[in-house]
Design a protein around this ligand. Structure first.
Ligand SMILES: [Zn+2]
Ligand SMILES: [Zn+2]
Length: 394
């Protein structure tokens, strides 16, 4: 097993890994605008002697690197996303974002640094590998339509047999490797509706079609879609995130209302049902009160479906290289992740690595201006990447 000596080298390079992460953290770029980040990654891959590097893959700055093993065998792809968010950093760190209003508030700086750290070791030892490693450095995970789907369409998985990804988790125990069978994330859809009524004088409601009260009825009525129409053993979330109507003056009845939100599901039949009810219930209520309704329902990332066989294989491997209390099976969560598109094509799994500060009982969630990760998690995620390669290519 080559793992032990690779992991030792990874540890020796840890300061360098941290310096990459901090550089990326100081220079975050939002989804589809990660030009300098991509340049940084490309330069690093070149310096490691990665055999093939494709840039501008997909609908943005995606990078696909290939490390060709010295002996024949399968090809394993490892993915790290590298986009940041439009969040103004409020975290108290010495390597705070230098790009105003943009922040690595999801840990993608850590994903990138740890995949680079693993890539450096693997490139140095490529002669030992029985097979190839494909490095998927992906742009734009945070913003629809995302980068993954287009990278797949442009051949990022050509010749790949298995695909794996890691997400750091600021709310999970530091260093813990979390795996999950079947559903790992939700089908993540969004919707916007516009209620068009007829505004008028606040003292003459009978001459109007009050868009505000009709909108409120729609929001109230749709609460029953999840609570009464959804099979309780199939998870579903319907969240209203915005409701804008009226407000110009105390005596004006709103002419129109805008409502938006998100729908999260794991099963296709529930997704279909909620989309259809969202449309029929809201237009029914609008029609009943003489308003019209426009609704735009957008299907986002599909849900992640991990392969049980690969998860089992990894679980056994992790038991040999980490402590039994350092790995844990978890339930899926209702977040969205475009890693799902890779798993639609190839078997594999999406894992989480805990990055919580041990003394912090109330960590800030992902996407929060005060979001932080413990950098020791970068070492663990690098180790996970190396363990995966060791399992499949040695
Ligand atoms: Zn995120
Ligand atoms: Zn993320």
């Amino acid at each position: 097993m080559a793992y032990q000596s690779w992991a030792e080298e990874l540890k020796q390079n840890f300061d360098e890994t941290v310096s990459w992460r901090r550089y990326l953290h100081e220079h975050p770029e939002p989804s589809f605008e990660e030009k300098e980040t991509a340049k940084f990654i490309e330069e690093k891959l070149k310096s490691f002697g990665v055999d093939e590097i494709r840039t501008n893959v997909g609908n943005g700055y995606g990078i696909v690197g290939t490390i060709k093993g010295g002996q024949p065998g399968p090809t394993v792809a490892l993915r790290a996303d590298f986009d940041a968010l439009r969040v103004k950093e409020a975290a108290d760190v010495p390597f705070k974002s230098k790009n105003e209003g943009i922040m690595h508030a999801c840990g993608h700086d850590g994903h990138t640094a740890s995949l680079l750290s693993a890539a450096k070791i693997l490139a140095q030892h490529k002669d030992e590998l029985k097979g190839n490693v494909v490095l998927l450095h992906q742009h734009a995970e945070e913003l629809l339509p995302g980068g993954a789907k287009s990278m797949v369409e442009e051949g990022a998985l050509d010749g790949v047999d298995y695909v794996f990804g890691i997400h750091l988790g600021a709310e999970q125990e530091l260093g813990k490797v979390l795996y999950n069978y079947s559903f790992g994330s939700a089908n993540s859809d969004t919707f916007t509706m516009k209620v068009q009524g007829k505004g008028g004088h606040g003292a003459a409601p009978h001459d109007t079609h009050d868009a505000l009260t009709i909108g409120a009825q729609i929001i109230a009525g749709l609460q029953q879609v999840v609570s009464r129409l959804t099979d309780p053993v199939k998870p579903a979330v319907l969240t209203f995130a915005g409701f804008n109507a009226g407000g110009e003056a105390y005596n004006i009845i709103a002419d129109s209302a805008e409502i938006n939100g998100t729908v999260r599901t794991m099963h296709g039949d529930i997704q279909d049902m909620i989309e259809s009810k969202l449309k029929s219930v809201s237009s029914g209520i609008a029609e009943a009160f003489d308003a019209t309704l426009d609704i735009d329902y957008v299907r986002g990332y599909p849900s992640i479906q991990n392969d049980a066989a690969e998860v089992n294989k990894l679980k056994e491997k992790f038991l040999t290289v980490f402590g039994e209390d350092e790995i844990e099976e978890v339930e899926g969560a209702m977040g969205g992740e475009d890693f799902a598109y890779y798993l639609k094509e190839k078997p594999g799994a999406f894992l989480r690595v805990g990055a919580k500060f041990p003394e912090d009982d109330a960590p800030y969630p992902h996407h929060h201006p005060r979001f932080v990760i413990h950098e020791q998690s970068l070492l663990r995620s690098g180790e996970v990447f190396l363990a995966i390669v060791d399992e499949y290519l040695n």
